[in-house]
Design a protein around this ligand. Structure first.
Ligand code: NOJ
Length: 533
């Protein structure tokens, strides 16, 4: 494992972290589903890409009703992906290549196949087993109405967040009925999760991503949202901070790091999670959702840096993940922002334009202070895929009544070899999600030696990333629609989002560009450049 020098800034303050969605990364055993053997075989690719850490979306035993975010056993690997022994080997092998591992813990809910929930279902109303979850009688005649009015966390879903069991009691699930919410006021729930953290830190993981991190704590009365909106009965409750302080004490014993999935519009509330004795980092969804617009991006960057500064935490920069529309598709649309509420089938996109902007956005995000997350396939410039209706597996689609395309379009198995069956994902069986026509054109082997490819751009940018990393950012004077800033190393980043070519600031060296400069040495539209001052 690569160790930081004792006097050096901690690795996670400036890391490039690559998100692996195991099911779609690489299929080592040829059954159509990605697995740990596939990841192990591709570790040299990840090392060559130059990433510092891998974040694995949940790889635990799961009925996969929500892509693994329905965990039946947090201490075992799903047999479709491999074994615990293989995970240990993978963590060790990645470490030998200087790559750390981050696992994904899902504390808000478990699978309905988790032993705790199976026992609770069996044990019946009033049992101690049910106290680990939120069971309640229903309302209305015969208790036939759900206990409260909370809406589903899947935006666009009108399904209730309560399911009734044959014995008449209802249980709470902010996501699907197969994901019952845990009762975080119960000491056994806290104890169990601290043990799970230790289990994975003992296995050499360097960090933990915390799923739905702001949702765990509930108002014990479970009041209607309409009548008790403040404080919110289940979002961002103050009790959470005590939970994360205990987690931090566990992590500190292993030098482990947290990244929280915290979707909160209020910057001050968001920053509370990043106080020195809580989480180290949290995902920056304001930047991820931001349209391709210079002013709005600059505001997002400034707000992000300002909200992190008082607590001393580094920012994170994310352009996409396994839940949102792929960047090249989004940036080629009329509306270049991301919003779960506006996702729709058949939104037109200009992929050439989107790709040009995504290349510029890559250089922008990799030049910003803090850590950067890449989602597998982003480095290949993969577009969002249209999945045939009868192949969509994401519950978000069905729970929207079929109006939301769901998230499978960004989860399509990766293309590795242009000339191989299924674009080299795994030779023998058809992948679990279909790859669209033309997928092979994006294959990693085709891009590897192409100086103009997305993969080459990412490799070069990550190699130069130490010029940027953690530390201050200073905006430089620039014309409308142009973002220009300097970093302490003397490296500059300029991004032109205006419709006219932009002059470059004084510089001694051109480090990297997302598209060539024009004949007059100016920066064309939708292009980014890295310079040395
Ligand atoms: C956030 C995860 O990123 C998403 O994929 C999942 O559906 C929900 N949390 C529920 O666990």
């Amino acid at each position: 494992m690569a160790q930081s020098r004792p006097d050096a800034a901690p690795w996670w303050r400036s890391a490039v972290i690559y998100q692996v969605y195991v099911r779609s990364f690489a299929d080592g055993d040829g059954d159509g589903t990605g697995d740990l053997a596939g990841v192990r075989a591709r570790l040299p690719y990840l090392a060559e890409l130059g990433v510092d850490a891998l974040w694995f979306t949940p790889w635990y035993v799961s009925p996969l009703k929500d892509g693994g975010y329905d965990v039946a056993d947090y201490r075992a690997i799903d047999p479709a992906f491999g074994t615990l022994a293989e995970a240990e080997k993978l963590i060790a092998e990645a470490g030998e290549l200087g790559i750390r591992t981050i696992v994904d813990i899902v504390p808000n809910h478990v699978s309905d196949q988790h032993p705790w929930f199976r026992a609770a279902r069996e044990a019946g109303p009033g049992s101690p087993e049910r106290a680990l979850f939120h069971f309640r009688p229903g309302r209305g005649p015969d208790g036939a109405l759900p206990p409260n009015d909370w809406p589903s966390e899947f935006v666009g879903s009108t399904d209730p967040v309560w399911t009734r069991l044959p014995d008449g009691e209802w249980y709470l699930h902010l996501f699907t009925p197969e994901q019952p919410d845990l009762n975080w006021a119960h000491p056994a729930v806290r104890q169990e999760h601290e043990d799970i953290l230790r289990f994975w830190f003992e296995r050499g993981v360097a960090g933990v991503r915390i799923d739905s991190a702001a949702l765990l704590a509930k108002d014990p009365e479970l009041p209607d949202l309409a009548s008790a909106p403040d404080p919110h009965p289940y979002v961002d409750r103050d009790e959470l901070h005590d939970i994360y302080r205990s987690w931090r004490a566990v992590a500190d014993a292993y030098d482990g790091v947290f990244v929280g999935e915290v979707w909160l519009p209020d910057a001050e509330r968001f920053a509370r999670y990043l106080r020195p004795d809580e989480l180290h980092t949290a995902f920056n969804f304001s930047f991820l959702s931001c349209p391709w617009d210079a002013e709005r991006l600059r505001t997002s960057i400034d707000t992000t840096l300002a909200e992190h500064a008082p607590v001393g935490a580094p920012a994170t920069w994310v352009l996409c993940n396994h839940d949102v529309t792929r960047t090249v598709t989004r940036y080629g649309r009329a509306d270049t922002g991301f919003d779960f509420a506006t996702k729709a089938f058949g939104t037109p996109t200009d992929l050439a334009l989107g790709t040009r902007r995504a290349r510029a956005a890559a250089l922008l995000s990799l030049a910003l202070p803090g850590s950067v997350y890449l989602y597998q396939g982003e480095e290949l410039g993969l577009p969002e895929a249209d999945i045939p209706l009868d192949r969509i597996q994401d519950p978000m689609h069905a729970r929207s009544g079929g109006t939301d395309p769901g998230r499978d379009g960004c989860r399509v198995p990766l293309p590795w070899g242009a000339e191989e069956p299924y674009a080299g994902f795994g030779a023998q069986a058809e992948p679990w999600l279909p790859q669209p026509e033309g997928w092979a054109a994006y294959a990693a082997d085709r891009q590897a030696d192409d100086p103009g490819s997305m993969l080459t751009l990412y490799r070069r940018a990550i190699a130069l990333r130490p010029e940027f990393g953690d530390g201050p950012l200073t905006w430089l004077p620039s014309s409308d629609g142009v973002l220009a800033f300097a970093r302490a190393s003397g490296a500059l980043c300029v991004v032109n989002l205006s419709d006219t070519p932009a002059d470059l600031p004084a510089h001694t060296e051109l480090l990297l560009f997302s598209a060539p400069l024009d004949a007059d040495g100016r920066l064309p539209q939708d292009t980014a450049v890295w310079l040395r001052a």
